[in-house]
Design a protein around this ligand. Structure first.
Ligand code: PS7
Ligand code: MN
Ligand code: MN
Ligand code: MN
Ligand code: MN
Ligand code: MN
Length: 351
């Protein structure tokens, strides 16, 4: 409602918010609730990265064309009138790029300090996506080492953390200190991205994409697709727990980051996705359904979490609850049992 007033007499801005709600299942509502100083900058940051990701995800675009677009996207956003209709007809979110001139107009209406942050991140992310699309850090289609996995997640999500922290600082709603601690901003993105990559095992595999690092899954199966096949259940569970263990390492940084926030709207915006991610991590842990269908937290659970994520005390309580849930499902026969036990023990002792 507050939003309606602000965008009522600006059709281009209204179109941007329409695109935000159209393309974002999870971020639109929390972005709309941000304070005035930040809302448009974060909305445009989202739409620019969503445009970049729509290009990255399109497996029908010829690779040289995709590469050229990814690497030049940070310049394209300064070209008034630019739009793009070459995406495959079935590519999710292609409509955004077809009318991209409205996003560019609103990007150029932001104050220059916001524009610089957004363009800098789009530059680094586009280059990183292009490297991986061209097979760097991969052997055949598989991401090779855990360090390659971390770097990919840095490009597509850790950098979002850097950029958001910079936008918070530029807006004046948060201190510059939040933007200076790069490692914890990176972890905020890594935690979301890695959880998404675990949950989307099947969806990504069907689309011809593989993000789990071979250094992890090759300990359990010879072929990445075997994880979803009958007869491999024990190996598949062990591999899943190894992936969850890898994600748990980011939890302390995420809680430190959230504890440093001072603005209520920024806190909610940052905390809600993290709380959803820990709930999702608990849901996927030792859950072989991940290999068969898209598992998702229930609507009612999500609503409860959103309503509760308004202060640090609640957020810590929610993390404790889901870590306890993971402990309860931890299987003594699983090869990662002790490591998971220790990882959770450490976090619980520390919070
Ligand atoms: C600017 C809010 C809060 C310090 C489009 C938010 C896709 C998980 O698999 O849509 O394509 O469906 O489910 C978001 C840090 C990024 C990381 C990354 C930008 C938190 C392009 C989110 C969203 C940093 C690359 C969306 C990283 O998931 O993916 C804004 C602090 C975009 C954040 C992508 C993934 C995001 C993602 P899929 P989803
Ligand atoms: Mn998604
Ligand atoms: Mn995507
Ligand atoms: Mn992508
Ligand atoms: Mn460049
Ligand atoms: Mn995904």
């Amino acid at each position: 409602n507050r939003n309606k007033k602000i965008i009522a007499n600006n059709p281009t801005k209204k179109k941007c918010y329409d695109f935000l709600f159209l393309t974002s299942r999870s971020f639109a509502a929390v972005i709309a609730e941000l304070d005035d100083e930040l809302r448009d900058a974060v909305c445009l940051f989202y739409l620019i990265l969503r445009g970049l990701d729509t290009i990255e995800d399109d497996m029908t675009l010829p690779l040289p064309r995709k590469t050229e677009l990814l690497r030049s996207f940070h310049k394209i956003i300064y070209q008034r009138g630019w739009n793009f209709d070459e995406n495959g007809p079935n590519e999710k979110d292609r409509v955004l790029l077809v009318d991209y001139q409205v996003v560019i107009d609103e990007f150029l209406a932001l104050k220059p300090a916001f524009q610089t942050v957004i363009a800098d991140i789009a530059h680094k992310m586009g280059d990183g996506m292009a490297d991986y699309a061209n097979g760097e850090h991969r052997v055949n289609t598989a991401i090779e080492k855990i360090s390659d996995f971390d770097l990919y997640c840095h490009y597509v999500a850790g950098l979002v953390g850097y950029g958001l922290s910079d936008l918070f600082a530029v807006s004046g709603l948060e201190s510059a200190e939040v933007a200076n601690s790069k490692k914890i901003s990176n972890s905020m993105g890594q935690f979301l991205q890695k959880t998404n990559i675990i949950r989307d095992y099947l969806e990504d595999l069907v689309d011809g994409r593989q993000f789990w690092p071979r250094e992890i899954w090759a300990n359990y199966v010879e072929d990445f697709a075997d994880l979803s096949k009958p007869g491999f259940e024990v190996k598949a569970q062990a591999c899943l727990s190894a992936m969850v263990l890898n994600v748990l390492e980011h939890v302390p940084d995420c809680l430190v980051y959230l504890s440093q926030l001072r603005n209520q709207s920024v806190f909610n915006f940052c905390a809600i996705p993290q709380v959803m991610a820990i709930a999702t991590l608990a849901l996927v842990f030792n859950n072989l359904e991940v290999y068969r269908r898209n598992v998702k937290i229930r609507k009612g659970e999500a609503v409860r979490l959103i309503l509760a994520s308004t202060n640090m005390g609640n957020v810590v309580a929610i993390f404790r609850y889901y870590l306890y849930d993971i402990s309860g499902k931890n299987d003594p026969l699983d090869p990662n049992f002790m490591k998971i036990s220790i990882a959770i023990g450490k976090i619980e002792q520390w919070i």
